[in-house]
Design a binder for this molecule. Structure first.
Ligand code: ZN
Length: 214
């Protein structure tokens, strides 16, 4: 699921609004600052972002990005990134410092904006998710070889994450813990239900969370 290109969203429906609300809830619960729909088992071009809880970003409003497209980039910066889908892994990633992006907002209105610093960073990380890409894809083969052990554990599902982890294995337990967290099981039950396990440590759930500034 997480490696697949997501599908564009073509219409605003009640179900979409429910999914957006559920994703925002999940993101806040996990203390994340961004979450993509395919991270919660829905292969749709949708991501929610909220960096308002991070230092110096209190005035940045939460965003809903439907079918986001990065239309321009500028500069370069290094930031340490983590991901809700890859707990315990944090690495420096080089990306453009600022971007132009267009998307539909939660009202299905087209928005075009520029973003820089943390917001641009999170947007790029999330848009990558929608294209089946992880931040570790930017790491050198050498760096990746150091992470091999952790990545293998993730693949085998031995690492606990704080939100539904794809690729999923459907289980009743997974569904019930989604409900416990106030996230209704997402519709289309024919789609694989997301596996979910509990939080191990505060550190392991960093994810798409505020990168440590260096
Ligand atoms: Zn991520």
């Amino acid at each position: 699921m997480l490696r697949k290109e997501t599908s564009p969203i073509t219409e605003d429906t009640e179900e979409l609004q429910k999914l957006i609300a559920a994703m925002q809830k999940t993101m806040h619960h996990a203390e994340g600052i961004g979450l993509a729909a395919n991270q919660v088992g829905r292969s749709l071009a949708l991501t929610v972002i909220d960096i308002s809880g991070t230092k110096d970003n209190g005035d940045v409003l939460p965003l809903v990005l439907i079918n986001p497209v990065i239309i321009g980039t500028h500069g370069e910066s290094v930031f340490e990134e983590g991901c809700l889908s890859l707990p315990e892994i944090r690495e420096d990633v080089i990306r453009p410092e600022s971007i132009g992006i267009k998307f539909l907002n939660e009202d299905f209105k087209e928005v075009e904006m520029e973003a820089d610093k943390l917001l641009a960073r999170v947007m790029q990380h999330e848009v990558d998710h929608l294209h089946g890409k992880y931040f570790i894809d930017y790491l050198s083969p050498l760096k990746l070889s150091f992470l091999k052990g952790k990545l293998n554990k993730l693949r085998k599902g031995e690492v606990e994450t704080d939100y539904p982890l794809a690729p999923p294995t459907a289980s009743a337990a997974a569904t019930s813990s989604l409900v416990e967290r106030g996230l209704h099981p997402l519709q289309e039950t024919s789609a694989p239900a997301a596996a979910r396990v509990s939080i191990r440590t505060a550190v392991s759930l960093v994810t798409c969370k505020q990168p440590a500034m260096r």
